[in-house]
Ligand binder design. Structure first.
Ligand code: AOS
Ligand code: ZN
Ligand code: ZN
Ligand code: ZN
Length: 401
């Protein structure tokens, strides 16, 4: 019995170690910047206002968790001069020991995009959107980053005001031309979202539309699942399983939500859902899951930016470790024999197992702090950046007043 217990503990530790050794999750540059809601922006003394500060914060998260060596960049906010900024970004990569991750074009902020970007009725505006996409592809190429990650905010607010059908054709054209420009090893990820900013129809509203578009584009286009971009009660892990099955899952934007696209901390509302998604990924074939990019897309307007990001990565590691504990062979057998209650117990007992001791051991074994959040507090990093950045952030408050 005692031996058996030790054997189980050993097996669990092995599963967790190998899962966490391979676990990477990208942090978003915009997650360190001042953000708010449509009602206003709350300025934080320690928020990053320059690309260097974002790299510094991301590097801090990586140093504490060992899981986030890449930072997602936003073309307009981080590379306002486009390709000309590439050498500066490369210098920051070197200085902070980080790599540029996904490149995120911005097709939603310019006044020209009022009626859409790649689905705008105006050929001129669509041309402008395409040019921005091609610039983004070139930036990705120059930085050696793999993914150009597209979120298309296009849509309309009232029935009958736009031709949904024509807009499909326009999107196909622009996305096809973007795909054609992708270099060796580059991909484009297409994100869907049911509403917001558009409230009647969004041009890429769900995974069916995204899947059809990426299939028409070609092999380098894949679907991106943002966990906050579904109608309530949607079975997200089922969508994930389908996308894995048809080999079109490119990656994730992880976050949690209570109501809509709330962009809250991963697992803060429904950790069981994250566990279920991780389970589907871990039970897929190695080659199916190899190319799935994990990214965080969160916006913390009340929590401290760096603390929230460390908390998120640590949470992701714990939930991934829990999913890795599932006895896949045993579960398959129980499912096959339709032993329902036993199958459910096998599944959920891994969710309820406290993996924190093993994860802590893994962190120490890999030369990382046992408690990333505690280590952050002890490091004084947040106080230091707040001192350094406070006055600049205070000035940005006055521009909002
Ligand atoms: C918007 O709702 C999407 O989730 C975007 O992925 C994301 O917030 C954006 O790409 C940041 O530019
Ligand atoms: Zn997103
Ligand atoms: Zn989201
Ligand atoms: Zn979103």
């Amino acid at each position: 019995m005692g031996n058996n217990g030790a054997g189980v503990a050993e097996r669990d530790a092995q599963r967790v170690y190998s899962a966490l050794d391979g676990f990477r999750i990208e942090v978003p540059s915009w997650g360190f910047a001042n953000t708010g809601t449509r009602f206003g922006k709350f300025i934080q003394g320690g928020a990053a206002t320059t690309i260097e500060e974002k790299f510094s914060d991301a590097a801090q998260v990586n140093a504490l968790t060992g899981a986030s060596p890449t930072v997602a960049l936003h073309v307009l906010w981080d590379l306002p001069h486009g390709r000309a900024d590439v050498p500066a970004i490369q210098a920051l990569e070197k200085k902070y020991g980080m790599k540029s991750g996904s490149i995120n074009p911005n097709l939603f902020q310019s006044a020209e995009y009022k009626y859409g970007s790649i689905a705008n009725p105006s050929a001129e505006v669509r041309g402008m959107a395409l040019k921005h996409l091609l610039d983004s592809v070139a930036i990705g190429q120059a930085l050696g980053s793999k993914d150009v990650s597209l979120w298309i905010a296009d849509g309309s607010n009232y029935p009958g005001t736009q031709s949904i059908r024509k807009r499909i054709g326009w999107m196909e054209e622009v996305l096809g031309a973007t795909h054609a420009a992708l270099g060796e090893g580059q991909r484009m990820l297409v994100e869907y979202k049911p509403f917001e900013p558009a409230f009647y129809h969004t041009d890429i509203a769900d995974w069916g539309m995204a899947l059809e578009l990426v299939r028409r584009c070609g092999p380098k286009a894949k679907v991106l699942v943002d966990t906050g971009h579904h109608a309530q009660a949607t079975n997200i892990e089922q969508i994930v399983t389908w996308l894995l099955h048809v080999k079109e899952l490119g990656g994730f934007h992880f976050n949690d939500r209570k109501y809509a696209d709330d962009d809250l901390t991963l697992g803060s509302i429904d950790p069981y859902q994250v566990f279920r998604i991780f389970h589907e990924i871990l039970s897929a074939e190695e080659k199916e899951r190899a190319d799935v990019a994990f990214m965080i897309d969160q916006s913390h307007n009340l929590k401290g930016k760096v603390e929230a990001m460390v908390q998120t990565v640590a949470m992701a590691q714990e939930l991934y470790a829990k999913a890795a504990l599932i006895d896949q062979a045993k579960l398959a057998e129980l499912q096959q024999e339709c032993r329902l209650v036993e199958a459910e117990e096998c599944f959920r007992s891994s969710f309820w197992q406290d993996v924190r001791p093993i994860v802590r051991e893994w962190r120490v074994a890999r030369g990382l702090p046992a408690e990333p959040l505690k280590a952050l507090a002890e490091s004084g990093y947040v106080e230091k950046i707040t001192r350094e950045r406070e006055s600049r952030n205070a000035r940005s408050v006055s521009t909002y007043a």
